[in-house]
Write a protein that binds this ligand. Structure first.
Ligand code: UDP
Length: 280
């Protein structure tokens, strides 16, 4: 199933609910081909503006989910954009205000935010995941293993066949080949990759064809840190209001530069976006 795609600057996002996304993942798993799922956030949209390889990888993915309130706000605003300074400014302020304070009323272009962590849980908890082989790669030493234990405890019917840190920043070609070999030995059908964006998307794009057993590969950013308990996730009401970025900033103040990119830089870019329209 192909979803309608919404364009935000140089990237696309699929217009899908988590239920529809899961139906698609079920189809991916029963096919003979490999599929790439991108969990898109605001920072990645900004990055894709100047990194053409990255925007191509996102746009070529089989499923791109909106993992960030900024994506929902940007898509709503771009739909209302008129190309006139004052109406656009008031629309932007109103869209952000509604998204923060009345998230349920603000029926935007994209039906809902689907976080990478929630999607991992939903995949692992689905009937189609029973007996499926899953590999976890990335994050700091020991975190993928801890994540595997938490997932197995919550979803005893899945099969975690491998969990490891994978490759580090300056890894060699040989280290990557060894990693691929380790993965192939275990024949996973699903792989969750936590190298952070854009490294994880580029890694999947370059290596997926070398891992024939994999049907679904998904970049999951910092999800293992949360699932393993290394980092504490925001309370439900904070998540629902889209304030998770603020919660993470309080936990990790060094993220300030990244938050700036995800908020002000994206706001600036969508406001001045010349195209200012949606498309496929
Ligand atoms: N990471 C990694 N290898 C790297 C860079 C990052 O395994 O070369 C891990 C890092 O430990 C973290 C995840 O990638 O677990 C990315 O986290 P980040 O907070 O950047 O992701 P976000 O959720 O913000 O996209």
């Amino acid at each position: 199933m192909r979803f309608e795609r919404v364009k935000i600057l140089e990237t696309v996002t699929d217009k899908t609910t988590s239920k529809e996304a899961l139906e698609n993942i079920k189809i991916f798993l029963s096919s003979s081909e490999s599929h790439h799922i991108v969990t898109l956030n605001s920072e990645m949209v900004v990055r894709a503006q100047t990194d053409r390889d990255f925007s191509k990888i996102i746009n070529d993915a089989d499923l791109v989910i909106a993992d960030g309130m900024g994506i929902l706000i940007a898509s709503s605003f771009l739909k209302k954009k008129k190309g006139q300074f004052l109406p656009d400014l008031s629309n932007l302020v109103l869209t952000i205000f509604n998204a923060i304070f009345f998230p349920k009323k603000n029926k935007g272009v994209l039906p809902e935010r689907i976080s990478g962590i929630d999607l991992i849980y939903k995949i692992c908890g689905s009937d189609f995941a029973i007996d499926r082989t899953i590999y976890l790669v990335g994050a700091e030493e020991g975190i993928a293993e801890r994540t595997g234990k938490v997932l197995k405890k919550n979803f005893p019917k899945i099969r975690i066949v491998g969990a490891e840190e994978g490759i580090r920043k300056n890894s060699t070609k040989k280290e990557n080949e060894d990693l691929i070999e380790r993965i192939n030995t275990k024949k996973p059908e699903i792989i969750f990759v936590a190298f952070g964006a854009p490294k994880q998307e580029k890694w999947i794009y370059e290596n997926l064809k070398k891992m024939p057993s994999i049907k679904v590969a998904m970049g999951v950013g910092g999800s293992f840190d949360f699932i393993s308990g290394k980092t504490k996730r925001a309370p439900q009401f904070v998540q629902q209001r889209g304030w998770e970025w603020l919660w993470r900033l309080l936990q990790e103040p060094k993220r300030i530069k990244r938050i700036h990119t995800a908020t002000w830089k994206l706001t600036w870019l969508i406001f001045w976006d010349k195209k200012g329209r949606m498309g496929k």
